[in-house]
Design a protein around this ligand. Structure first.
Ligand SMILES: CCCCCCCCCCCCCCCCCC(=O)SCCNC(=O)CCNC(=O)[C@H](O)C(C)(C)COP(=O)(O)OP(=O)(O)OC[C@H]1O[C@@H](n2cnc3c(N)ncnc32)[C@H](O)[C@@H]1OP(=O)(O)O
Length: 400
């Protein structure tokens, strides 16, 4: 160290530890369980398997919401065999948490491993070169948890640095991407695997009078897993930055603490989603966007951006489109994912990023904007905002 002042030495060490460039998405993968349920068939299925055919008003309500949901189909881990083996899953008051957690503890990391294997193949380097793992789920409640199991399934290095996010609900994907950005930019050479995996059986139960949340949940949610590799200073030609992460922030909407909630209890996970949610989110997004682009010093017209919005429900997308004055088609990737998979909570935004990438490669959009935005929402109400930038030519390479 010689005679250099300590502050200079520490400063040099810090500079050497940090990456030079911004964090970027280097690979994406997604996966769903095999059982696919058409939305039009779901009310009949749900009321039959829960022995609730007599609750005709609730069935009519579920049918009305399904028709307005903008969802064509959803995937689910739970099937009739599993329900037959666990009949108490239909009763919210029975002590079924242990059995639900048993199933989820195996299924959640296995589904994540399918998505992560695809993300790793897309990235192009060996799994052993992953340095950090961030895992987000609300579907399990056990330690060692799903991150530990996923690391084993993928054969990650024993020195991989793991972080588990629990119960973040639908903003888990946004939060994980933001943490991955921080890790990648502050640790030279870091390659961060983000894995989000959700299995709704933790919150599946039969219909009850006076519980509209359950009917809404039954109409909206589905199962899936999404994985992303994040790193800075990509090493060509193997690594290519699909989306650079230019800025990230989190905002909590004041006074909205009771509007989305989730709670683990003996019968699984109970949840509440108020009907104010689309309006609350719609009323807050523009401020988040203005602050983000001001911080970057980039002037942005909303219609000149690409959009990866968490499709929490059709009405949320409608409100955002309206308040931002977005042209029809700007939220096409979000609406497509909602239609094909439903709301897979924190995982969904990764499917939207993958769909955006696919649309840009297939030139499904008349023009491909350079700048774009990821937004995700969940309990709090929390809004995650991330500004993305696409380096020239990065997505075209994928089509070759
Ligand atoms: C295949 C697997 C399946 C397994 C499922 C198992 C389960 C669940 C797992 C749950 C996990 C929970 C995690 C929570 C994480 C939260 C994160 C989020 O994304 S937060 C989620 C973010 N997502 C949202 O916040 C959903 C946003 N909302 C929407 O997208 C739309 O309002 C809509 C599609 C639901 C209805 O379309 P719209 O054009 O509004 O149509 P209308 O005006 O005509 O109303 C029709 C009916 O809908 C009713 N109703 C409305 N809202 C609610 C409510 N909150 N509450 C109750 N009911 C509601 C309304 O009262 C009416 O009833 P009725 O008069 O006919 O009897």
């Amino acid at each position: 160290m010689g005679s250099a002042p300590a502050a200079t030495v520490v400063g040099e060490i810090r500079r050497a530890q940090r990456a030079d460039g911004p964090a970027a998405v280097l690979g994406i993968g997604t996966a769903n369980p095999p059982t696919c349920m058409a939305q039009d068939d779901y009310p009949d299925y749900y009321f039959r398997v829960t022995n609730s055919e007599h609750l005709t008003d609730l069935k009519a309500k579920l049918t009305r919401i399904c028709k307005k949901s903008g969802i064509k189909q959803r995937f689910m881990h739970l099937n009739e065999d599993l329900l037959a083996a666990n009949p108490d899953f239909t009763d919210r008051t029975s002590a079924s948490l242990d059995a639900r957690v048993d199933i989820a503890s195996a299924a959640v990391p296995e589904l994540a491993a399918s998505a992560a294997a695809k993300a790793i193949a897309d990235w192009g380097r060996p799994a052993t070169e992953i340095t950090h793992l961030i895992f987000s789920t609300y579907s399990g409640a056990r330690a060692p948890s799903a991150d530990r199991r996923l690391a084993s399934l993928l054969g990650l290095s024993p020195t991989v640095s793991r972080t588990m996010l629990n119960l973040h609900g639908c903003y888990g994907g946004g939060r994980s991407l933001q943490l991955a950005k921080e890790l990648a930019e502050n640790n030279r050479g870091a390659r961060v695997l983000v894995a989000c995996s959700e299995i709704t059986l933790i919150a599946f139960y039969g219909p009850e009078d006076g519980c509209p949340d359950n009917i809404l949940g039954q109409a909206l949610f589905g199962d899936g897993s999404g994985a992303v590799i994040v790193g800075a200073d990509p090493v060509g030609p193997v690594e290519r930055p699909l989306f650079e992460m230019a800025f990230a922030s989190q905002t909590t909407i004041p006074g909205s603490e009771d509007d989305i909630s989730m709670e683990i209890n003996k019968g699984g996970m109970a949840y509440h989603i108020s009907n104010k949610v689309p309006r609350l989110i719609g009323g807050s997004v523009e401020r988040c966007l203005i602050d983000a682009f001001d911080a970057l010093g980039v002037s942005a017209k909303w219609n000149d951006l690409f959009w990866a919005i968490h499709p929490g429900g059709r009405a949320i997308l409608d409100h955002i489109e309206e308040v931002l004055g977005l042209d029809g088609g700007k939220l096409a990737a979000s609406r497509h994912v909602l239609s094909e998979f439903g709301n897979m909570s924190g995982t969904t935004v990764i499917f939207v990023l993958d769909e955006l990438r696919r649309r840009r490669v297939a030139k499904l959009e008349s023009e491909a904007p350079e700048w774009g935005v990821v937004m995700a929402f969940g309990p709090g109400i929390t809004i995650e905002t991330m500004v993305l930038h696409t380096p020239a030519g990065s997505l075209e390479l994928e089509g070759n």
